[in-house]
Design a protein around this ligand. Structure first.
Ligand code: NAD
Length: 366
């Protein structure tokens, strides 16, 4: 089913119907004519703590597209944070616009004011289209921002930590599927070589994997190819090329009825949020094709683990150690899925929901 068709169905549910679908707590539409800001902040669940999740700036084709994205992404953050064992809830924000041409200090500061008005219910950070330097502008208007530059006392760009976690999740997937977690000689296709994708390529080439890359921006692609020696492929090859591992590191929805039948890989493990267009249907389709799917919210938690430590006392070593748990969590998830004959997505979802429920119940007795 096309994204447009999904939007049509979603619209018939009305706004509250859609918030009720996954029990979102709050959606804030932010508008400012002077700066041109059009943003949506979504808080999904705060059982484990204040909502936390990145700010994405993207040239959405429609407002519907932006709402769809922020609702899915914020719920994904709840699951990710719960499974990662950190005490923050799930939220996310999107700004509608082109980050390459429309992002500036005033727009980001105005966004920061809206975040501030939420009084700490939502902490922002960088996501697609944002950098640590951008968080500095947001931080001029609110303390509820993470991922600030290191020289400003923040934890800096979370992408290297995210990439490290994805790399470990990939190794755990290999271990489960083949008995060895070595990437030596394995063919890995990375879709999207922005912040996370490019750091992931570094880990892969270091371990002598044969890496293929594609990105919609030729300049980004050329830079990563010349730095790492990864081989550039065409857009047409993304879903069909025979590889051991496909690593989606661009945007969501790439695993769907159009692409899954084309895949020529044994494992899907990547950084992109919401890779499954329909989480039940598409996870089942991957299982039926015997492709091991490493749930995105399980393997891409390194960045949020990193920034969440800013709420306490930030320590890079602790962030890396906590991120290393992704390897064990992945193996646990794969085994649970096998034992219960469910998809790996369902297994990860169940583990995340179990933690939220257990913590929520304990809180009632405080
Ligand atoms: P980014 O903007 O730096 O990189 C994304 C890259 O994907 C860009 O280079 C873009 O040109 C490319 N791209 C977009 N559409 C594409 C397509 N159809 N085909 C190929 N390339 C395409 O973003 P990022 O921070 O690297 O994040 C990548 C993904 O990982 C996102 O889905 C993000 O939500 C997720 N993620 C990021 C972090 C983090 O720490 N940055 C943490 C968790 C999850």
């Amino acid at each position: 089913m096309s994204k447009e068709k999904v939007f049509e169905i979603q619209k018939t549910k009305g706004l509250f119907g859609r918030l009720g679908e996954y029990n979102h707590e709050l959606v804030l539409y932010c508008n400012d004519n002077a700066t041109g800001l059009k943003a949506i902040i979504a808080v999904h669940n705060t059982t484990l703590g204040p909502a936390m999740g990145g700010l994405r700036m993207w040239n959405y084709k429609s407002e519907e597209d932006a709402l769809f994205d922020v609702l899915r992404l914020s719920r994904g953050m709840t699951l990710k944070n719960a499974l990662a064992g950190i005490n923050v809830g799930g939220g996310k924000a999107v700004i509608i616009g082109d980050a390459r041409t429309q992002k500036n200090e005033y727009l980001l500061r105005r966004f920061g004011k809206f975040v501030n008005n939420l009084g700490g219910k939502y902490y922002t950070a960088e996501d697609v289209g944002m950098s640590a330097a951008d968080m500095e502008f947001v931080g001029m208007e609110t303390p509820y921002v993470t991922g600030m530059p290191v020289e400003r006392g923040g934890s800096g760009d979370p992408s290297p930590v995210t990439a490290y976690g994805v790399y470990l999740g990939m190794k755990a997937s290999l271990k489960y599927a083949t008995g060895s977690d070595s990437l030596n000689g394995k063919k890995v296709l990375v879709q999207g070589v922005g912040h996370v994708g490019s750091y992931l390529v570094d880990h892969l080439v270091k371990e002598n994997a044969k890496v293929f890359i594609y990105d919609i921006y030729p300049d980004t692609l050329a830079k990563v190819a010349s730095r790492t020696g990864a081989e550039v492929i065409t857009e047409e090859q993304i879903f069909t090329m025979p590889v051991d591992i496909f690593a989606p590191c661009a945007l969501g929805g790439v695993l769907n009825p159009d692409t899954i039948p084309l895949l020529n890989c044994d494992i899907v493990a990547g950084a992109a949020n919401n890779q499954l267009l329909d989480e039940i249907r598409d996870a089942e389709a991957l299982k039926a094709r015997e492709i091991l799917y490493a749930p995105d919210f399980m393997v891409n938690a390194g960045g949020i683990i990193n920034v969440s430590l800013e709420l306490d006392v930030y320590n890079k070593d602790i962030a890396m150690r906590m991120t290393e748990r992704i390897y064990e969590t992945s193996l646990k998830t794969f085994n649970m899925a096998e034992e219960n004959q469910i998809t790996t997505h369902q297994a990860a979802l169940q583990m995340a929901n179990d933690r939220i429920q257990a913590v929520g119940q304990n809180m009632l007795f405080r």
